[in-house]
Write a protein that binds this ligand. Structure first.
Ligand SMILES: *Cc1c(COP(=O)(O)O)cnc(C)c1O
Length: 498
């Protein structure tokens, strides 16, 4: 069965899976979604013995239906290999009363590697299949982790260039150093005076700039996206929830068909949407618990049915979740609206014009699978300190937000199902905040001394990704205003201004 993908804002905009991967964002500003979510064509019991790569093929082949078996298996083989520091690719660890699904064993030690290790292969395969001979220019806005993971994936990939925009004052020291030391002649990294929403909105504007697109085409370029607005990011993210279920089966933590609850530290709503898609496809997931930091626009939305971005943007210790416009929520809204693109487009229009929208009671009722929660800065730090003191396990700040939200929810709901908490980054990436939470005495130490100390107290070896940047030279130092993004793109591509 071949599935087509359709824009959330125009039902007539239909493309194949590989075309959706190639385009990233639909021309009408909408996001591509599968017309239907297929059910699993294998019994759940079977998951217990399956490797990550086998699980990836079983899940992705159901959704990326115009890729041949050989193509898809080739992409999976190239992506999930020794780049990861564990053969399991993702590790499920029981700590205290929850299972932490460690998604940070890839090259850049954040969960973005799970999808961005495979996206370049999916994209270059898609270009070949669709006879796209233009050079693909990947435009990316990052809250810190997508940027590096996309750079690592696309650096020196023939036929591609990659431009990353990050909020200059909105990422951790390690995140920034990882990006600005990136090698590769086809890479470009630029800081923005502004926050992540400014960067993401700027990228979306460039995507829908038709004259610019024409001009690029004349110079042999086309745009695509490595953000989770690209369906090629979401589909690989479904895999690890299915894989986690297999591991729980294997360890007899549950029987086939019994539910697990899933807790996700959320920013752009991509990771948790993948869990929702997994559930729609037949994975026994009970609650989808959406955890926010102090930018709790999603928590308020789940509580009230009103999405309202009109509020101060808070810089927190979990910068990858400092987002007020969660792009992928549009894919959920579209589904809640009965796959009605006109209804969805009207709500998104309202978001652009007034900064808010309100969903109907029927749509709210259809969200019962979700629960929202949030953690303040203090609660996040407490969670890191408490878990470390009780178990010796060190969480990163993002995972700590989720862990706190889970423990609060658990006290109120006494669930019997096991909980899988998406662990989205290595604590080494946020060493300053993590060590500060554990003990105030670390405040005066420099970043790399803190990293050495973190390795010592946690007994975890310093990841290669961190060792690499200790002495690496800065190769990108450009910082611009958000209004200058378009010009920066032209300059990097060597296209003169009008
Ligand atoms: C990107 C990111 C998130 C948020 O994920 P979304 O898919 O944007 O919701 C959470 N934690 C970390 C460490 C991240 O890099």
């Amino acid at each position: 069965m071949e599935w087509m993908y359709r824009s959330t804002r125009d039902a007539n905009n239909r493309v194949t899976a590989s075309q959706a991967v190639l385009k990233g964002l639909a021309e009408d500003g909408g996001l591509y979604v599968p017309e239907e979510l297929p059910g699993f064509d294998f019994p759940l019991e079977q998951l217990s013995g399956m490797s990550y790569q086998e699980t990836a093929y079983a899940v992705m082949s159901l959704l990326l239906t115009d890729y041949t078996e050989e193509e898809l298996r080739g992409c999976i083989r190239s992506a999930y290999d020794e780049k990861f520091d564990t053969p399991e690719i993702a590790q499920l660890r029981k700590v205290g009363d929850a299972f932490y699904l460690e998604l940070f064993h890839g090259k850049t030690i954040a969960f973005k590697d799970m999808a961005l290790s495979i996206l370049p292969y999916l994209m270059t395969t898609a270009a070949r299949k669709n006879h796209e001979d233009k050079e693909i220019v990947i435009l990316t806005a990052t809250s810190g982790d997508t940027g590096k993971a996309a750079l690592a994936g696309f650096a020196d990939v023939p036929g591609t260039r990659i431009i990353v925009f990050y909020p200059k004052d909105g990422v951790s020291a390690v995140q920034e150093k990882q990006m600005v030391t990136q090698k590769g002649a086809n890479t470009c990294v630029i800081g923005i005076h502004g926050n992540f929403d400014d960067a993401q909105s700027g990228v979306k504007r460039i995507f829908s700039d038709e004259p610019l697109k024409e001009e690029l085409a004349q110079h042999g370029f086309c745009f695509s996206s490595a953000n989770s607005i690209n369906i090629g990011r979401l589909v690989p993210q479904i895999v690890y929830y299915v894989y986690a279920y297999g591991r729980l089966l294997e360890r007899k933590e549950l029987a086939a068909g019994e539910p697990m609850n899933v807790v996700v530290p959320t920013g752009n709503f991509g990771n948790i949407l993948a869990a929702f898609y997994a559930k729609q496809m037949g994975l026994p997931v009970g609650k989808l618990i959406c955890a926010s930091n102090e930018n709790k626009v999603l928590y308020d939305f789940f509580e009230t049915g009103v999405y309202d971005r009109n509020r101060p943007f808070v810089l927190t210790s979990s910068p990858s979740m400092d987002i007020l416009i969660s792009s992928n929520l549009e894919r959920l809204i579209y589904r809640l609206a009965g796959n009605d693109s006109a209804k969805n487009a009207a709500l998104m229009q309202s978001l652009v014009q007034t900064g808010s929208y309100t969903i109907t009671d029927d749509m709210r009722a259809a969200m019962e699978d979700f629960a929202g929660g949030y953690a303040t800065e203090e609660e996040t730090a407490d969670e890191i300190r408490t878990l470390y003191r009780e178990t010796g396990y060190v969480l990163d700040t993002h995972t700590a937000v989720a862990s706190h939200v889970y423990h609060t929810w658990k006290r109120q709901n006494s669930p019997s199902a096991p909980a899988v908490i998406a662990s989205t980054a290595s604590p080494f990436k946020f060493a300053r905040s993590v060590m500060g939470a554990i003990d105030g005495k670390y405040a005066s130490m420099d970043d790399f001394a803190l990293i050495d100390e973190l390795a010592r107290i946690s007994g975890v070896t310093i990841p290669q990704a961190v060792e690499e940047i200790r002495t690496a030279p800065v190769l990108h130092d450009k910082v611009i205003d958000a209004g200058e993004m378009k010009q920066a793109v032209r300059e990097f591509l060597g296209i003169d201004s009008l």
